[in-house]
Design a protein around this ligand. Structure first.
Ligand SMILES: Cc1cc2nc3c(=O)[nH]c(=O)nc-3n(C[C@H](O)[C@H](O)[C@H](O)COP(=O)(O)OP(=O)(O)OC[C@H]3O[C@@H](n4cnc5c(N)ncnc54)[C@H](O)[C@@H]3O)c2cc1C
Length: 453
């Protein structure tokens, strides 16, 4: 069957070299950063697709999906494979649909909307946008590698979210074309509210093939770090900057000690025993920021211009989920959670967590705006892994004290992702993929005709 599948797929793309079945290549294309989770690591390590194929246009993609549909073969889309929790790991074999070659930037419209294919790298888009006076509203810390399609299907927000919210907010994702897994597959344009059927659904209910992604006018940014004696001081200073509408910022991050000690390549900006705030601020506001920081007891330990994705050091490489990577490098027993603290009583929540878990729960705050225009302390705390039971205890306790948790230690959308309570992603799956062939097993509320997810 496998050699038959490879042979048939080779007929469907212009160059058979884009059908890949070498075991090492398949293994690479079947995995992402699932190994961040000590729970998922043993579950997903051996899962692979049977064959990978790299379409270069929608015509090839439609032919591949027609073929897969005819034979009821699972199809798992993949961008750059930087996702967490095995979003693009095929649980039931089949075809890995590698979209990295569909990477054309068609245009940036005069009103600042990028029109592109899904495989376009975010760093390329940021660079091209800045040349025309625009920049990304938000991007994950994996900017250099991650694709636009993978970000929309698997990510949620990142650098820029403190000003512009998450991907689902403020009409940032204007529209996209989606190829369905119906019989036969169709190209369906989603725009306005309809994008939420497919956004952050991990490729379980359609393949994004053409995207309209809103940008924002480019700003001259300075990245800087500020050390504080205590986490409380660092947090309060950062919150004032994040919330204050007079500050133009792209990133406001706070780490309690010892998290900064994990950042070996930038150890010159770290002060022993101190918490660290890391910001991107509009360059004309740097002086005012320094004065405000000093008045709050902070020491500016570094400031330099952001000149685009190739800036060195690129401080965002230490933020969002990159922080977890540095922690795991320092000590593999660290892992992480994805949390949202209450803007009103987060300090009480911090206190309760410290009392219960001591320094096995370290605070890493990423301020972000929500869809109601409120800046909240989002967080990717670094937590000590001992057993799955204790990890689940941490998650349960967080939720019991009002801390939102998207659990990164499960492999399905309903608990790990931002599954919508109005069920529109599920209804879109029932409509566009009734046989359950797209990234099967990741939307567990969907039951296909065999009665399995
Ligand atoms: C170190 C590190 C830091 C990170 N920081 C952030 C962060 O700051 N913010 C954030 O939101 N995320 C973050 N992530 C998660 C991840 O990087 C982002 O979600 C990223 O945008 C994924 O892009 P990708 O191209 O690698 O997607 P992939 O990992 O390839 O795919 C992600 C999901 O989208 C699906 N998919 C891919 N392309 C398509 C398509 N065209 N149509 C339909 N479905 C598709 C895949 O099946 C998969 O389910 C981080 C991950 C790591 C490892």
């Amino acid at each position: 069957m496998l050699s038959g599948m490879t042979a048939e797929l080779s007929q469907l793309v212009a160059d058979p070299a884009r059908v890949l079945s070498a075991p090492a290549v398949l293994d690479r294309l079947s995995h992402d950063f699932y190994w961040y989770s000590p729970v998922l690591r043993p579950l997903l390590a051996t899962k692979t697709g049977d064959v990978a194929v790299q379409p270069i246009n929608t015509g090839e993609l439609l032919a591949i999906l027609r073929f897969a549909g005819r034979h009821e073969i699972p199809v798992t889309p993949r961008g750059a494979g930087t996702g967490n929790y095995g979003q693009c790991v095929p649980l039931h074999g089949g075809i890995v649909l590698d979209l990295s070659l569909m990477d054309r930037l068609e245009e940036i419209t005069p009103d600042g909307v990028a029109v592109c294919q899904p495989g376009l790298r975010l760093a390329v888009l940021e660079t091209e946008a800045r040349k025309k006076g625009w920049e990304l509203r938000m991007y994950p810390s994996t900017l250099a590698k991650a694709s636009v399609g993978g970000f929309l299907a698997g990510g949620s927000g990142g650098i820029g979210s403190v000003a512009h919210g998450g991907l689902r907010d403020f009409d940032t994702v204007r529209a996209f074309e989606v190829v369905t897994m119906e019989d036969p597959p169709r190209v369906v344009l989603h725009q306005g509210a309809a994008v939420h059927e497919i956004l952050h659904a991990w490729g379980t209910n359609g393949i994004l093939t053409r995207i309209w992604f809103a940008l924002t006018p480019a700003i001259e940014w300075t990245q800087c770090t500020i050390a504080f004696d205590t986490f409380d001081r660092a947090f309060r200073f950062s919150r004032d900057i994040a919330v204050g509408s007079e500050w133009t910022k792209r990133l406001v991050t706070v780490f309690e000690w010892p998290i900064p000690s994990f950042f070996m390549p930038i150890k010159q900006v770290v002060r022993d025993g101190k918490s660290l705030a890391l910001l991107m601020i509009a360059t004309p506001q740097l002086e005012a920021l320094s004065t405000t920081a000093q008045a709050a007891g902070g020491e500016i330990t570094f400031a330099s211009a952001f000149t685009g994705p190739r800036t060195q050091p690129l401080l965002s490489d230490y933020t969002w989920n990159h922080t977890t990577l540095w922690a795991m490098k320092a000590d593999p027993s660290w892992t992480y959670l994805q949390c949202g603290f209450s803007p009103d009583n987060c300090e009480e929540q911090f206190h309760l967590l410290r009392t219960r878990y001591g320094h096995d729960f370290l605070f890493h705050i990423e301020f972000m705006k929500n869809g109601d225009n409120v800046v909240i302390p989002g967080a990717i705390p670094i937590v000590r892994f001992t057993t799955e039971e204790r990890l689940n205890d941490m998650i349960g306790y967080c939720r019991s004290i009002g801390v939102f948790v998207a659990n990164p230690h499960v492999n399905y959308l309903e608990d790990a992702g931002r599954f919508r309570t109005d069920n529109i992603q599920l209804r879109a799956k029932q409509k566009y993929d009734p046989r359950g062939l797209l990234n099967p097993g990741k939307m567990i509320s969907f039951l296909k005709h065999t009665g399995t997810p």
